[in-house]
Design a protein around this ligand. Structure first.
Ligand SMILES: C[S@@+](CC[C@H](N)C(=O)[O-])C[C@H]1O[C@@H](n2cnc3c(N)ncnc32)[C@H](O)[C@@H]1O
Length: 256
């Protein structure tokens, strides 16, 4: 059976994927050839967003759910490159990610990282875990990082309610950072969603308005919900990329 973590690894040029994953990825590329561009821009957002959270917002603790197969630099490497004392708990529900988790446990001596085999849809279990208790201080601000995971949570699993349950226990000054696939710019993404669904992977592209709803009650950081390559770009990208090629929204917001 194909798995999203390994399909995504294939788009990024990784080696941790099997024939079923490569077949699903190739089928997707037939209908949405820009999937690797979208994946790379999504990773680039992780770099900029993490730098923003550490260097500008002063965050030193992260909970990253839907981590994926380790891809260097991983979130803790970016955060600890700026603030070595940063602490990161990673969580994913894919056994293949668990099998590679050692690469996520390469913390600086001043900081700490932990890995948790868990499902985003069980916030209480994640928040009450030993890994969180031993790694994060729930009284201090935490950035909840949900990168390219929520489009795998169908409406029937109440993704908005899930986010509210996490945010309700985060102290004031915490942040929510997320990215999310969208079909707002091209029907190719809807076709890609069908390829995933035909292989048993629930994919739900959401509109800008639906993505904005994840941030209800939070103070959104400028520029708000943007296609990820337009979110605080390091350098002007001119005409080299358009929104349809990227088709992933991203944003960061502060918990009041
Ligand atoms: C497309 S990858 C994104 C990886 C990484 N966050 C990034 O953006 O580079 C999505 C990840 O979410 C994980 N995932 C999907 N549904 C999940 C759930 N309900 N609970 C935990 N992890 C989940 C998958 O196993 C996969 O590793």
């Amino acid at each position: 059976m194909p798995h999203v973590a390994r399909i995504y690894d294939y788009y990024l040029g990784g080696k941790d994927n099997f024939p079923a994953d490569r077949q699903a990825a190739e089928k997707t590329l037939e209908v949405f050839p820009d999937a690797p561009t979208a994946a790379r821009q999504n990773r680039a957002f992780v770099h900029r967003a993490t730098r923003y959270l550490v260097a500008e917002a002063g965050i030193r603790q992260f909970l990253d759910v839907g981590t994926g197969i380790p891809t260097r630099p991983n979130l803790h490497e970016i955060a600890q490159g700026i603030a070595p004392e940063s602490r990161v708990v990673y969580a994913d529900n894919d056994p293949i990610v668990l099998a590679h988790a050692r690469a996520l446990l390469t913390s600086t001596p001043e900081g700490k990282t932990a890995y948790l085999d868990a499902d985003l849809r069980e916030p209480e279990k994640i928040l009450a875990s030993v890994e969180i208790a031993e790694t994060l201080d729930l009284d201090q601000p935490i950035a909840l990082s949900l990168i390219a995971i929520l489009h795998f949570i169908p409406d029937s699993d109440d993704p908005y309610g899930i986010i509210r349950r996490y945010v309700s226990v985060l102290p004031s000054g915490s942040y929510l950072a997320l990215t999310h696939g969208t079909a707002d710019f091209t029907v190719e993404v809807s076709a890609a969603q069908e390829v995933y669904r035909s292989r048993g992977i629930s994919g739900t592209a959401r509109s800008r308005q639906e993505v904005e709803q994840f941030f209800d009650g939070l103070e959104i950081v400028t520029p708000g919900v943007a296609v990820v390559h337009r979110w605080r770009p390091d350098a002007p990208f001119g005409d080299s990329l358009n929104d349809a090629q990227v088709s992933v929204y991203g944003a960061i917001a502060r918990v009041l």
